[in-house]
Design a protein around this ligand. Structure first.
Ligand code: SF4
Length: 362
């Protein structure tokens, strides 16, 4: 009798354990959303995983939509060059954003090219994603040259994060890279002040390359107080920035990124010089290559992690899941690089992230 009782108890315990595992796999992501936003109870690695891998489906939690490839700059290492001048209609853009939201998207980042070359489309996208779809985070990455106070005044309530590219505080270096204007630094400070005024989180992105790896940007970045400062190692992407020098000189679109390459040691030297700066985040090209979900101007996902860029069919044609299934998205690298963080706008006083829960930082 005692043996039977023990057997029953063991079976019941096994059934309970399996049920809990099933429930966690099925609904675990719901808890993770709340935990992550408040930062009060950080999701474990496995609950993060639940959030991104929902059963057999991939959940596109955070998407980078490069709605234009057009840019007013000519950075020599650019890996999303002007292959086409296509910009989708507002109707298609909205439909695609809604499909991604339905598939689980929580954050959208509008990138390019230069998104501020299309201020009206950009405003429409931000408003639609924030006000209509209710996304947690709407973000923009820009080279800063076309950002105006007028645009931010009109649209600030739909923008959580404004990220600006800044590779150097030395204008000669910026000119040599291909993004110099002579007033990059003055414009950066203006944008920082507008972001503070309109309660938008201000972020900086730097590509560490052969022309800036030895520079010291710490003092200026500390003054600018970005809530995150991402420092990427320059990356070669086939058919974007791997042209030979002669071709690169003859064809406006083609780039020769090789001359900007640095060794891992040089990248590490730059990181060690700056890792004390608040908000600093290092992103080597090993982490970066496949960890971003890139949606191009035709609503195809791009996988830039291999020797050749892979392009999925358009989500408008096959749906989000089929498109995602056809590319390699390194979800572990997405998590390792801190892909989920405190990405909604907060009160103006949180512009510097010293108050962010440390577990939400990279
Ligand atoms: S890297 Fe330079 S050229 Fe490429 S999109 Fe950004 S600002 Fe434009």
């Amino acid at each position: 009798m005692a043996v039977l009782f023990k057997f029953d108890t063991a079976v019941l315990a096994l059934v309970a354990w399996l049920s809990i595992r099933w429930l966690k796999a099925r609904y675990g992501h719901v808890a993770a959303v709340g935990d992550d936003r408040t930062g009060t109870n950080r999701p474990t690695a496995s609950s993060d995983e639940d959030e991104i891998i929902h059963g057999a489906e991939k959940i596109p939690v955070s998407v980078n939509y490069h709605f234009t490839r057009k840019c007013n700059k000519q950075c020599g290492f650019c890996f999303h060059t002007e292959k086409s001048s296509y910009v989708a209609s507002a109707r298609y853009m909205k439909e695609a954003m809604r499909m991604l939201k339905d598939a689980g998207m929580r954050k959208i980042n509008f990138a390019g090219g230069e998104p501020f070359l299309y201020p009206e489309q950009l405003a429409m996208l931000c408003e639609f994603c924030k006000a209509d779809l209710g996304l947690e985070s709407v973000s923009i990455i820009t080279n800063g040259t076309k950002v105006t106070e007028h645009w931010l005044q009109d649209n600030h309530k739909y923008v959580d994060i404004l990220g600006v590219s800044c590779d150097s505080f030395d204008e000669d270096t910026n000119v040599a890279i291909g993004r110099g204007t002579g007033n990059n630094v003055a414009q950066l400070f203006k944008i920082r002040d507008w972001c503070a005024k309109y309660n938008i989180k201000f972020k900086l992105n730097t590509v560490v390359c052969s022309l800036n790896w030895h520079q010291d940007m710490a003092q200026m970045v500390t003054e600018l107080k970005p809530f995150r400062w991402k420092c990427f190692q320059v990356l070669l992407v086939e058919s974007e920035n791997t042209a030979r020098e002669l071709y690169a000189q003859q064809h406006r679109r083609l780039r020769n990124g090789r001359k900007f390459l640095i060794t891992d040691e040089q990248y590490q030297a730059f990181c060690s010089r700056h890792d004390h700066v608040p908000g600093f985040i290092a992103e080597s090209n090993e982490v970066m290559a496949s960890s971003y979900l890139i949606l191009d101007e035709y609503f195809c996902f791009l996988d830039k992690g291999g020797p050749q860029v892979k392009q999925s069919p358009s989500i408008m044609r096959v749906g989000v899941q089929k498109a995602l299934a056809s590319i390699n998205w390194d979800r572990k690298a997405f998590q390792r690089r801190g892909g989920i963080y405190d990405w909604s706008k907060g009160p103006a006083s949180t512009l510097c992230d010293s108050e962010l829960p440390p577990e939400l930082e990279f």
